[in-house]
Every structure is written in structure tokens, then in C-alpha cells.
Write a protein that binds this ligand. Structure first.
Ligand SMILES: Nc1nc2c(ncn2[C@@H]2O[C@H](COP(=O)(O)OP(=O)(O)OP(=O)(O)O)[C@@H](O)[C@H]2O)c(=O)[nH]1
Ligand SMILES: [Mg+2]
Length: 570
């Protein structure tokens, strides 16, 4: 086929170019306006026009080129309108500026647009001459002469009317060459050369063909061998290949298109580079935000002694309440009752302290969580617009906002409350109450036994009428009862006071025991807060992921273009 090598190279280059455009689109690179570009010109089909007198064989020449009966041809004046044949997926007909435009699903028309014209000596000749400026835009003008008459004035007038620039792209075709002997043809060609010099002052290429035979050969393979060589059409197609497909201007178009493709690739490379740098910067920016969150957390941790000092008031309240409860528990009545039924006060007091302290710590943690969450939200409200402005994506509300807020508070309180067993272990309430209470109970039990003994003795003496003994014993019993009460009262004040003092003095231990769990709870809370930024990080990572295939595609296209360039080197 005509220009096979050229079209293969062109199609390869255009394919590469369109993949470069796809890559530019997916990489967000602006594509310049292509009107008038080399690529646009290269992609356009090559336009051939045939001109000449009636029956010269113009339409048959085009048919032979296509290998199909595309244009009506016959011995009578046949072509009555200038007709442009171009590729279409199905047959269609339109009209533009007086020309008939016919779409046909023929492969060759993807590469060539063919213009058939009425005879220069026909009734439509005025139209033909008027359209000369339009014909002059074609890539090749073929002026067709029948071998039997190569001097028709009308056709030579048309050649004379062509501008210099168009003459550069004009060739003379001696059609129906099968009707002349090679010798005659040589004479005819010599004669035409002279005429040409006379008419336009220069020689134009002259090719002799028998398009009728060439068409026969293409349509009927049985006739092919004989008709084809006689048609000289092979030489004509080579002439076309050399003149229009591999012409310097066409090579220049390919070179320019390769340069344009290279330019576009460089634009994409810079854009990918910019995107990569900007994503790296975004990564640093996010790391900065994460650092801010950590700094906020560290500040909270640094201030935790002060914060925990705030919990001291609650602890002291709890100590006061516990002291009152201990006082009630060590009252005379309950104490005497426990002398008989056994004393479990230390365990009960400790359980009470555990309950009270647990509640106080949870209460403190809930208030503190509220404060910390507000700090986090304040930071997030500052971070969110910065992320939107810088990265163009909205990280949404803070992870600890809305529904998450209550759950975060719950987790924080539970984490802080883990300190309770440790605090109780540090305070050792039960162990410290055990021994003074046991000593007190021993003493009181002894005194109670004495009271009961003396009372019994006084009662026995009274019953036996030994009043002398009865009354002193009764008084002694009463005295002993007084001592019992006094001892119970005094020891109660002492034990309650001592316990209160000890617990008050232990406020430092309370704070120490709290610090570790509180610190853990703060860290966990800030981790939850920082989760909001993890979402942004993930989006950034997704974006970075999309860069990789684009970079790979860029590499492939770069190599492809290099290889096209190498293959194209003369
Ligand atoms: N012997 C011979 N006859 C040919 C050849 N090519 C065309 N013819 C005949 O010449 C006549 C005119 O051919 P067309 O192709 O219709 O010529 P045209 O220049 O298009 O004529 P118009 O459309 O009337 O202007 C037809 O009868 C063809 O069969 C050829 O190579 N050899
Ligand atoms: Mg015709």
C-alpha cells in the first residue's frame, strides 16, 4: 500500500501521542490548544486531487488507488461535481461549499482524502477553475491527461493558473498508457516536458499509468500478474510514496510531532515532580500537625502534677467522710455490739474508702476528660481549615467529636479509675486500722468482762443479803462501766484522729499512685484524637499510590518515544 512505512511510523507516533495525552489528563496537566500543531497536521489524511479533461481517466485513477469502484467512471462525461471522498464508518453523503462530501468505510481513506473533479473542458469547467485556490491546498495535485491527447488547452490553462507553491506539489499523469507503446510514451513525455516549460517555466514530474488495468488487477487477482505490470501502477504508487508520504515536509511533520510529544512528556514529568514534592511537603505538614498534637499531650502530662493536685480536694473530702463514718462505727453502741459478734470494721472501712475514692476519681476524671476533649477540639478546629487549605481535602470533624466523644470520655474515666486499687494499696487503710482496733477491742473486752463480773458479784451479794459487799461492788461495777465508756470514747477519738491524719498525710502517695494511670489515660485519649489525622495520612498515601503507575506509564512512554525517534532516524 502507498506509504506503508510512513503510515506505520505515523500511527505508532500518534498512538504514543494519544497515550501521552491520556497520561496528561490523568495527571491533571493542562493540554495546550492543538489547532495548527504538527500532530494535528500529521493526523489529518493526505489530500489528493485529480484534475483534467473529460474521460482522461481521473476517476479511474482514484479507483485504482483505492482498489474499489469508488468514483463513478465511464466513457460519457461522468463526474459532474467536485466530490471529496473521506473515511466514514458507514456510507454517508453531505455537502460543503458546493462540494459533495462522501463518507465511505474504506481503509485507504483513513490515510488519504481523494478529490475527484469534473473535466476541465466539461460544462462544469467554470466551477473547476473557480475552485483552484481550494485545490491548491491539497498535498498533491495530479493533473491527468489521456495518453491519446496530452495537449488539451483547457487542462494546460489550468496548470498555468496554479500558483508557484501549488506547482511544487503538482504532478502530470499520462493515463491510459496501455494504449501507447513505450516509444510513443517517451515521445509524449518529452513533448509534455517542453509544453510544461513553456506554460509554467518549470518541469513537473510526469508519470504514465494505465489505471484501468491496475483497477482490474486489484479487483480480480486472476488478472493481477498480467495487468499489474502492464499498468505501471506500482511505479505510480512508489512515486506517491516518495512525493507525499516520505517528502521532506512530511518528515518534518513527524520530527515536529516527536518534539511536541517530547515537550508534552516533559510537562508531565515536571507536573509529576511537582505533585511528588507537594505530597512530600504534605507529609511533612502532617508530621508537623502530629507533632503539635504530641506537644499538646506532653504539655498536659507536664501539668499533670498540678491537675492531680486538683484531685486532692476530692481526696480530702473523701478522707473527712471516711473519718465521720469511722467515728460512727467506733461509737459505744456499735463497738459493744461488735465485741460480741466480732469486728470487721477495717475491711468495711476499706471497702467504703474504695467505693468513695473510686467515685471521686471517676468524677474527677469525667471533669478532666471534658477539659482535655475541649483542648483537643480547639486544636482540631485550628488544624482542620489548615488541612483543607493546604491539601484540599476535608479531614471532617475530630475523631473524639459527637458520638465518639462520650465513648472517649468513658474510656478515659475507666483508664484513670484503674488507679483505685493502686491507691488503696498505697494507703494500706485496713492494715493500719487492724492493730489499733484489735488492741482497743481487747481492752474494752477486758473492761466489759470486769463490769459484768463486778455486776454479777454485786447482784449475788445483794441476793444473799450481804449488803456490805453488794453496794461497793455495784459502785465498782459502775465505775468500771465508766472507765469502759471513757476508754471507748478516748480510743475512738484517737483512732479516728490518727486515721484521718495518716490519710491526710498520704495525699502525696495518693497523687503518686494516680500519676501513672492518669498518664496512660491521657496518652490513650490523645492517641484517639490523633486518629483523626490518620485518616488524612491514609488519603495522602492513596494519592501517593496513584503517582506510581503514572510514573511507570511515563517511563514506558518515554522509552517508546525514544525508540520511535531512533527508528525514524534517516
Ligand atoms: N484503456 C484504458 N481505458 C481507461 C483507462 N482508464 C480509464 N479508462 C476509460 O476511460 C473512460 C473515462 O474514464 P473516467 O475515469 O470516467 O474518466 P474521467 O476523467 O473521470 O471522466 P469524467 O468523469 O467524465 O470527467 C472510461 O471508459 C474508462 O474505462 C485505462 O487505463 N486504460
Ligand atoms: Mg470522472
Amino acid at each position: 500500500m502507498v506509504g506503508e512505512r510512513h503510515f506505520a511510523a505515523r500511527d505508532r507516533l500518534l498512538g504514543c501521542f494519544s497515550r501521552i495525552r491520556d497520561l496528561a489528563a490523568s495527571s491533571g496537566v493542562e493540554w495546550p490548544d492543538e489547532s495548527g500543531s504538527a500532530r494535528e497536521k500529521l493526523a489529518r489524511p493526505i489530500r489528493l486531487v485529480v484534475l483534467g479533461e473529460i474521460n482522461a481517466g481521473k476517476s479511474t485513477l482514484l479507483n485504482a488507488l483505492v482498489g474499489a469502484e469508488l468514483c463513478p467512471a465511464g466513457p460519457l462525461p461522468t463526474t459532474q461535481r467536485t466530490t471529496l471522498y473521506r473515511h466514514a464508518s458507514s456510507e454517508r453523503a453531505t455537502e460543503r461549499n458546493g462540494w459533495q462530501i462522501l463518507g465511505r468505510p474504506l481503509d485507504l481513506l483513513r490515510r488519504f482524502e481523494l478529490i475527484d473533479t469534473p473535466g476541465t473542458n466539461s460544462g462544469w469547467r467554470d466551477g473547476v477553475f473557480a475552485d483552484i485556490p481550494r485545490f491548491e491546498k491539497a498535498d498533491l495535485l495530479l493533473v491527468v491527461f489521456p495518453s491519446g491527447n496530452t495537449w488539451t488547452a483547457a487542462t494546460w490553462d489550468l496548470v498555468s493558473a496554479l500558483g508557484d507553491e501549488a506547482l511544487e506539489r503538482t504532478a502530470l499523469v499520462v493515463q491510459q498508457s496501455d494504449q501507447k507503446s513505450p516509444e510513443d510514451l517517451r515521445v509524449i513525455e518529452g513533448h509534455m516536458r517542453d509544453l510544461c516549460l513553456k506554460k509554467v517555466g518549470r518541469e513537473l514530474p510526469i508519470v504514465a499509468v494505465a489505471a484501468g488495468l491496475a483497477l482490474e488487477a486489484k479487483l480480480d487477482p486472476r488478472e493481477a500478474r498480467k495487468s499489474w505490470s502492464a499498468s505501471r501502477f506500482g511505479a505510480f504508487e512508489e512515486f506517491l510514496t516518495a512525493t507525499v508520504c516520505e517528502s521532506p515536509s512530511r518528515r518534518y511533520l513527524i520530527d515536529r510531532t516527536m518534539q511536541e510529544a517530547g515537550d508534552r512528556l516533559r510537562d508531565i514529568e515536571s507536573a509529576l515532580d511537582r505533585q511528588r514534592r507537594s505530597m512530600d511537603d504534605d507529609g511533612w505538614f502532617l508530621a508537623g500537625l502530629e507533632r503539635e498534637a504530641r506537644q499538646l499531650r506532653d504539655l498536659v502530662l507536664e501539668n499533670s502534677p498540678k491537675t492531680l493536685a486538683g484531685a486532692r480536694g476530692r481526696y480530702e473530702n473523701e478522707v473527712a467522710r471516711l473519718s465521720r463514718a469511722l467515728g460512727r462505727m467506733l461509737g459505744v453502741g456499735p463497738t459493744l455490739w461488735r465485741l460480741f459478734v466480732g469486728d470487721a470494721s477495717p475491711a468495711r472501712i476499706e471497702a467504703r474508702l474504695a467505693d468513695g475514692l473510686g467515685e471521686a476519681i471517676r468524677d474527677f476524671a469525667a471533669v478532666d476528660a471534658e477539659r482535655l476533649l475541649e483542648e483537643c477540639e480547639g486544636h482540631w478546629n485550628d488544624v482542620r481549615p489548615r488541612v483543607i487549605e493546604r491539601m484540599g481535602l476535608d479531614p471532617g470533624t475530630a475523631a473524639i467529636h459527637g458520638d465518639g466523644r462520650e465513648a472517649s470520655t468513658g474510656r478515659f474515666v475507666a483508664n484513670v479509675a484503674r488507679a483505685v486499687p493502686g491507691v488503696l494499696g498505697q494507703l494500706r487503710v485496713r492494715a493500719c486500722l487492724d492493730s489499733p482496733l484489735r488492741a482497743r477491742n481487747r481492752r474494752l473486752r477486758f473492761l466489759l468482762a470486769m463490769v459484768l463480773l463486778l455486776t454479777t458479784a454485786a447482784g449475788a451479794c445483794g441476793a444473799l443479803g450481804i449488803d456490805r459487799w453488794a453496794w461497793p461492788l455495784a459502785f465498782a461495777a459502775a465505775g468500771m462501766g465508766g472507765v469502759l465508756l471513757l476508754s471507748a470514747w478516748v480510743s475512738r477519738i484517737r483512732i479516728v484522729g490518727q486515721t484521718r491524719e495518716r490519710l491526710r498525710d498520704s495525699v502525696g502517695r495518693f497523687e503518686t499512685a494516680m500519676r501513672e494511670d492518669y498518664g496512660e489515660a491521657v496518652r490513650a485519649l490523645f492517641d484517639e484524637y490523633a486518629n483523626g489525622l490518620i485518616g488524612v495520612r491514609r488519603q495522602l498515601a492513596d494519592r501517593q499510590e496513584t503517582l506510581k503507575p503514572r510514573q511507570d506509564q511515563w517511563d514506558r512512554l518515554h522509552l517508546e518515544l525514544r525508540s520511535i525517534e531512533q527508528d525514524h532516524q534517516p
